[in-house]
Design a binder for this molecule. Structure first.
Ligand code: I3P
Length: 122
């Protein structure tokens, strides 16, 4: 599994750097732990990668989220940061994603919502 492979594959919809924290696991609330994550949207999945400081091209996948049945909401009330949205999976995992750049976070929101909508119609 290599990001380079994903980059070349036609399934890649979007990739970029966002701030991420998981706030719930299976419906159980977690303590926030914000960190930068390389986020890759490929097929029906959002993949979070650990950034390698030594080799920036070699980000390792850390976890992935199945977008089927997922819910997306702007969630600025859930953080002191701006530009925050919440992604909730069918399994009750919840993530906050954030960027300082307004246009960038809006693009991510719209692209993920489009994938969720497409999966809902299938
Ligand atoms: C949390 C940390 C988070 C903050 C969170 C704090 O403190 O400062 O950055 O979330 O706020 O509890 P700690 O490091 O002690 O866990 P935001 O940056 O999203 O505001 P919260 O408890 O109001 O969610």
């Amino acid at each position: 599994f290599e990001l380079t492979f994903l980059m070349r594959s036609q399934e890649l919809e979007k990739a970029g750097l966002l701030n991420k924290t998981k706030i719930a696991e299976g419906g159980r609330k977690l303590r926030k732990n914000w960190s930068p994550s390389w986020v890759v949207l490929v097929g029906n999945s959002l993949i979070f990668c650990v950034l390698s400081k030594q080799k920036p091209g070699n980000s390792r996948p850390e976890s992935s989220v199945d977008l089927r049945g997922a819910q997306l909401h702007w969630a600025n009330e859930l953080s002191s940061k701006k530009n925050v949205f919440k992604l909730r999976t069918v399994t009750g995992n919840e993530f906050l994603l954030q960027s300082e750049t307004d246009s960038l976070i809006k693009e991510w929101y719209d692209t993920i919502q489009n994938v969720i909508d497409r999966l809902d119609r299938e």
